[in-house]
Design a binder for this molecule. Structure first.
Ligand SMILES: [Zn+2]
Length: 439
């Protein structure tokens, strides 16, 4: 546990300065140790036996605040004990709670139809701070207290700009009409046999879902404005799956997927595994899906995201790590956009059951396209959707974090845009505002 507390203290201070400053901060209620530190956080009892893992460890609403920031554990009181600043706000437990998805292991029975913990039941949503990466706001307080206790102004805030914009695209359906079954489907849906047949005979690159060059182009526009390093396009491809939710099943030997892999190699994009719905239910399947994708594309695949964002239980990430992934991009909610882990920075995965810190990094997903428009999720109109994502981008930029967006290739096609929110235009507007505002 000591290594996790040390990591959280360093994470709050910010990686660059953490090495020299973290020894100044203690986490103890032992008065004899106070004078070893400039700042001491007093434990609220969250980690105590008989509390940890029980309903008693879930904060009740309304939350208290410390300097305008919601506080999950402890009290906002601060006091001097000799030369040590004693902070009764348990920012260590509050941060741990958010980074580890702790409430999901206590509230095991609260799941949606797909077995996912619903964002709208989460503490960040219920307490009204899902749009704010409050772990970063804790970091601002910690650095302020460090300036006060060290008397040094050489403790810096992170540069206020998006460190990285990840434009990620889950390829649930690479083609709109890829088989005779689809011809039948569209005929029955009212397109008529002639039109459906014509669509089937079109070359792959004229298929309505073949939006990959357009998506890569959007990333290139940002890279041209910001430089290559700060924006990356990622395509997540399926490597298996046999649940109905994994339809349409597609073979990885499609010519267009080879072309997509080549495009990615040439233009700064990359490929990750879109772990199937079945693998969400039986995590061990991820290992075979990764292997299959690597063989088919020739890429070494180190990025993962689950289909339906259905990485159901926190400990399921064990298998993602075991399969050899270095980075996971699943950690957002389907039903509400925002900061699921309370942070906008990549963070090492911590298993709240075993209290083990892993080398694998989680990149918090801020927003998925359908979350914004679908009536059962947020049900926003175009202007509201653009404004909402811009607020998330501004909040991430203010703290020098990253922004991960998920837009599906099929949702920016001419066919999808005809129904409901025009995700193609929303995507373009968000990117152009992010660039224009210099985030
Ligand atoms: Zn998917």
């Amino acid at each position: 546990m000591r290594d996790i507390i040390d990591y959280i203290i360093r994470f709050l201070i910010g990686t660059e300065q953490a090495g020299r400053l973290s020894p100044c901060i203690g986490y103890t209620s032992d008065k004899r140790l106070f004078d070893r530190y400039l700042i001491v956080f007093t434990p609220s009892g969250f980690f105590n036996e008989g509390v940890y893992g029980t309903q008693a460890s879930i904060p009740t609403l309304p939350l208290q605040e410390i300097e305008g920031v919601p506080l999950l554990f402890g009290s906002p009181k601060t006091e001097w004990v000799g030369d040590t600043l004693l902070i009764h706000a348990d920012l260590i437990a509050s941060t741990y709670f958010l980074l580890t998805r702790y409430e999901e292991i206590v509230r095991r029975t609260e799941r949606d139809d797909h077995g996912r913990f619903p964002g709208k039941l989460s503490l960040p949503f219920r307490a009204g701070f899902i749009e704010r990466p409050i772990v970063e706001e804790y970091g601002v307080l910690v650095r302020q207290w460090l300036r006060m206790t060290t008397g040094s102004n050489a403790i810096h805030e992170p540069e206020p700009q998006l460190q990285k914009l990840w434009l990620t695209h889950d390829v649930d359906a690479p083609l709109f009409c890829q088989s005779l079954r689809h011809v039948a489907r569209e005929t029955l849906k009212g397109m008529g046999l002639t039109e459906a047949w014509k669509l089937y005979l079109r070359p792959e690159h004229e298929d309505p879902y073949y939006t990959f060059p357009w998506l890569l182009e959007q990333g290139q526009i940002v890279r041209d404005a910001w430089g290559e390093e700060r924006c990356q396009t990622l395509f997540f491809l399926k490597g298996g799956g046999n649940a109905p939710q994994d339809k349409p099943y597609y073979p990885l030997n499609l010519k267009l997927l080879h072309r997509l892999s080549r495009f990615c190699s040439e233009s700064g994009g990359s490929i990750g595994l879109h772990s199937s719905y079945s693998a969400g239910l039986q995590p061990n399947k991820i290992i075979a899906e990764k292997r299959h994708l690597e063989r088919a594309t020739g890429f070494v695949v180190t990025y993962n995201r689950h289909h339906y964002l259905a990485c159901r239980e926190p400990e399921d990430l064990n298998t993602v790590e075991k399969a050899g992934f270095s980075d996971d991009f699943t950690m957002g909610y389907a039903d509400v956009a925002g900061f699921r882990l309370g942070t906008c920075r990549p963070v090492h995965w911590i298993n709240p059951i075993t209290k083990r810190i892993s080398d694998m990094q989680l990149h918090p997903l801020a927003c998925m396209d359908a979350t914004l428009g679908e009536a059962k999720y947020m049900g926003l109109n175009e202007q509201e959707a653009v404004n909402y994502v811009l607020r998330l981008a501004q909040n991430a930029s203010r703290h020098g974090g990253e922004l991960v967006l998920l837009w599906h290739n099929d949702r920016v096609s001419e066919f999808s845009s005809a129904k409901g929110l025009d995700y193609r235009r929303v995507f373009q507007r968000i990117l152009s505002e992010i660039v224009d505002e210099g985030l």
